[in-house]
Design a protein around this ligand. Structure first.
Ligand code: FPP
Length: 271
């Protein structure tokens, strides 16, 4: 009997080749949700430049691909995971030292990102907040960011914290200056200054400390990111370059986080 080949696509035959994959992903999501999600995931999105270089493309194309990865992840975190807080490190206080054309490109990219995503954020219940000093940003971007913060203030499904012109050292110095001014005006007694007061003077005053900090691209350092807030965060480093970081790897990072034992400096009861 001659062998008969099935022609046409699997979909044409009513078979969805992605079905198994999708089901496995749905199961993984359900599992990590049952085990208890971290409340706050913060990400150092690194490797856009290398991703572009590997493809013989300009660095700016890497940032474009990185923005698409960010969009994909925000949607996944909000819609599928129902993660309460997500921080993305978009631009550091040190990033101004990059070539002007790259800085300008990133500023324009962030402007476009916020402009294009605002309607979706409204629809999906994403609240935009920012950590960082907005004053040195181009006026257009600053207004755009301030507008997004205002317009999404009532949303509560996902708090998207964009670290923009952010650096922990600047943040802590700024907090100390504020506290010193309050002490100088006798509003507070220096003896009252404690960890709580410092924490509530940081950009992240309204946000819980991150439970999980992810850095992509194989670099294993925090680079002035959430240094105070990272005191008890679990760290996850991956070689994946940011534009390639997708929902599957976020699920993997959370799974690994859930397998770790967080003791916050204490010992387990039975020890
Ligand atoms: C890191 O890659 C990326 C940045 C310094 C900033 C830009 C980030 C984006 C454009 C992502 C989009 C952000 C949002 C919130 C939409 P790199 O240039 O340091 O890469 P390299 O280390 O390989 O050179």
């Amino acid at each position: 009997m001659p062998i008969r080949f099935v022609t046409g696509t699997l979909q044409g035959a009513g078979i969805n080749p992605c079905r198994g994959l999708k089901n496995r992903m749905a199961e993984s999501i359900e599992l990590i949700r049952e085990r208890g999600l971290p409340k706050h995931v913060a990400i150092i999105m690194d490797g856009n430049g290398r991703w572009a270089r590997q493809r013989g493309l300009p660095r700016t194309t890497g940032h474009q691909a990185g923005t698409q990865a960010a969009e994909r992840l925000i949607r996944f975190a909000c819609r599928d995971l129902r993660l309460p807080y997500l921080t993305l490190f978009a631009f550091s206080t040190e990033n101004w030292a990059r070539p002007k054309n790259e800085v300008d490109f990133i500023m324009d990219l962030l402007d476009t990102f916020i402009t294009e995503k605002l309607a979706e954020f409204e629809r999906e219940g994403v609240r935009v907040v920012v950590s960082g000093d907005l004053a040195p940003l181009p006026d257009k971007l600053r207004y755009r960011v301030e507008g997004a913060i205002e317009e999404t203030a009532e949303n509560s499904r996902l708090v998207l914290n964009i670290a923009l012109n952010y650096g922990s050292h600047e943040e802590i110095v700024r907090a100390c200056r504020q506290i010193a001014e309050r002490a100088l005006s006798t509003e507070i007694d220096p003896a009252e200054i404690d960890e709580q007061m410092l924490a509530s003077s940081l950009y992240t005053a309204e946000i819980p400390d991150p439970d999980l900090i992810i850095r992509t691209s194989g670099e294993m350092r925090l680079s002035n990111f959430l240094l105070w807030q990272a005191a008890y965060a679990e760290l996850y480093f991956t070689d994946t370059l940011w534009p390639d970081f997708g929902p599957e790897e976020l699920v993997r990072a959370i799974t690994e986080y859930q397998e770790r034992e967080r003791r916050f400096g204490a010992v387990k009861e039975e020890e």
